[in-house]
Design a protein around this ligand. Sequence first.
Ligand code: GLY
Length: 349
Amino acid sequence: MKITVIGAGVVGLSVAYELASRGATVGIVDARGVALGATHATAGMLAPHIEAHSDALLTLGVSGLALYDDFIARLRHDAQQAIDYRRTGTLQVGRSAAEAQALREASQRLTARRTPHALLDAAGARLMEPALGDVAGALHIPEHGYVAVPGMVSALVAALARRQVAVSRAQVTDPTSLDADAIVIAAGSWIGDLLPPGPTVPVRPIRGQLLHLRLGRPPASRVLWGERCYIVPWQDGSVLVGATTEDVGFDETPTVAGVRELLDAATELLPELATASFHEVRAGLRPATADELPIIGQSATMRRVFYATGHYRSGVLLSPFTAGAIGDLILEGRARPELELVRPDRFGL
Ligand code: GLY
C-alpha cells in the first residue's frame, strides 16, 4: 500500500515510521522541513497525570505513555542510535500553602484512579531534590518521564531512511491530488493550507517558548513542575525550561517577555539555575483544537484521507499512540476504542 504523510513533525514522522515498519510504501512531504513546527520547541515531557485537563485527554495520554517503552526500544534498535528517554518521574512543587493544598487535591484524584504517587511535605521534597528553592509541599508521580526530542527525531529520520523513506520539501494544497492509496494529514498548525474551501479550520496555533540552559551536571534528578514553568534536566547537563502559552497567530518569534517570564520562574524553582549558561530559546506553534483534543481518524468527506493532527501540548506523548492507531486503521481497518474521543467529524472533517 502506498501512503503519503503530510507533515514531518514528531507525529508525522512517528506515523510514517509505524506504517513503513508494517510494510507500507511511505513518502513524507513537508513544506518547511523536519521538526520545525511544535516539535521544534517541545520539552518532551511525558506527564499525562499533570498535563491532561480532561478525562478524554487523560485516557489518551495514559494509553500513549503505556506504549513508550516499547516504541523507544524499537526505534533505538531500528535507528541504531541512542535516545535520552527516561522514566524519571515528575515532582510537582507547591511553593505556597494554596499550591500545597492543590497538590493534596490532585493526590486524592490520583488515589481514586489508583495511580502510584507520593504526597510530600517540604522536608520530603528537599530530600528528593536538594536544589529546590522555597517549597511548601510536593507530589511525586514515578511513572512520568521525558524523551529528548532532538534525539528521537534524529532516530526517526534514520530509521525511516533505512526503510528508504525520505522527507521531500513541497507545499501540498490539495491532498486528494496526491498519487497514493492513503494520505495522512499530520500538518499541525498548518492544516488550514490543506483543507478544501468550506470547513472552518479547526486548529489554531498557540506559541510556546522554551529555554535551553546548561550546567556542568543535572540540577535535579527528575522533571520538575511548578505553577509557572516546568524543568526537564537531561543527563548531559542540558536543562529545558518551558513554556509560554501565547495566542499570537503564526508568529514564531521568541520574545524578551517570554524569556524573562521563564527565567524568573525557573530560578524561583531551582535557584542554582542563575549560574547556568544560556544556550538558546526556541519558539514553536502548538496546534490547538477547540476541545484541546487531537483529530485522529479517517476523513468523513475524503475517502483516502486520514487525520493525525491537532495534538496541542501532547504531540510527543501521543506520537506512539497516534502512530499505532493510524497504522491499525489504514492497514488493518481496525479502530482503537480511544478514537471515538478524537473523531475528525466532530469538526466537520
Ligand atoms: N507539553 C508541554 C507544553 O506544551 O508546554
